[in-house]
Design a protein. Structure first.
Length: 299
């Protein structure tokens, strides 16, 4: 559906059945990949689900390790980590400009799931300009205070007009209302903070939707240490998501900033560009979904 040339497809030997790959084995894998990539390649899509992280002295999400290289500057539990040169960048050619190829994992476990997700991304292209679709975005401050530290950015995002999308800031810090968004039509954005997010699949999602929850292990696939895996958002109907693969602590810089993501996305950038540009310290993170969705593209 995306018309990827055969010359842009690199097949790599991946040992199945483990959520992790050692830093040593990853170095060999990345060397093989780098030697076979066409020089003009600007971004990467990974089609396996495991391993989802690279482990050494600390753990990096495998998409971040593919983009940035494994280095302990990018990970380390609750430490501050290295900032990405792509954060809120104006660049549309990240490899050319920054020597970084942002990577995303498709997040499908079957061929049928992969086809569904890719078709969802294709259906998103130009949707907001082509059809004049109207969507909804939810920025939800839950009663889980530790996981809701992004709320100031949620307020900022909700106050910024977005063509075709009505953004709603929902504040349940006191716990007297609802911690979830459910049964909504045309959902394009859903950002929240809970270990588990019930009723996500009750919403009717627009193609190209982005959604994630600030929690510790959503990127550690498939089980996420008992938390909601990032891939559950894809199963619910979103087109891309994000999660971390080791305990990062709740630094907002380690998680997507909704205002940055939405800003780049509505300017016509792809979903992989918008997601990567929204995370300042991405080393511990895993990006999942269909990377080329562009709902605001001028087709």
């Amino acid at each position: 559906a995306r018309g990827v040339p055969e010359g842009n497809i690199v097949r790599l030997p991946i040992a199945p059945g483990s959520d992790s790959i050692s830093a040593t084995d990853f170095a060999s894998l990345k060397a093989q990949l780098d030697s076979r990539l066409p020089a003009h390649t600007q971004a990467l899509l990974v089609t396996w689900n495991q391993p989802s992280r690279v482990t050494g002295a600390c753990a990096m999400g495998i998409t971040s390790a593919l983009a940035l290289g494994y280095d302990t500057r990018w990970c380390g539990g609750c430490n501050r980590t290295q900032a990405s040169p792509l954060y809120d960048s104006a660049s549309r050619r990240p490899w050319t400009d920054h020597r970084v190829r942002p990577a995303m994992m498709l997040g499908a476990t079957t061929l049928e799931q992969a086809q569904t997700l890719i078709n969802r991304g294709v259906a998103a292209d130009g949707l907001m300009r082509r059809t004049g679709a109207s969507g909804t975005g939810v920025l939800l401050r839950t009663s889980d205070a530790a996981r809701s530290v992004r709320w100031p950015d949620f307020l900022l995002a909700a106050a910024t007009p977005v063509a075709g999308v009505s953004l709603r800031y929902q504040d349940n810090q006191g716990g007297t209302g609802s911690n979830v968004a459910s049964n909504l039509d045309g959902l394009m954005f859903y950002f929240t903070g809970l270990a588990q997010v019930p009723l996500a699949a009750s919403n009717r999602w627009l193609p190209g939707a982005a959604a994630d929850s600030l929690t510790s292990f959503a990127g550690l696939l498939p089980g996420a240490n008992g938390q909601m895996p990032a891939t559950a958002w894809l199963s619910a109907g979103a087109t891309a998501s994000f999660g971390t693969v080791e305990e990062p602590c709740n630094y907002t810089q380690k998680f997507p900033q909704a205002s940055v993501l939405i800003g780049h996305y509505q300017r016509g950038e792809t979903l992989i560009e918008a997601y990567w540009k929204s995370v300042q310290w991405p080393g511990q993170g895993l990006f999942v979904g269909e990377p080329l969705a562009r709902p605001w593209a001028a087709l």
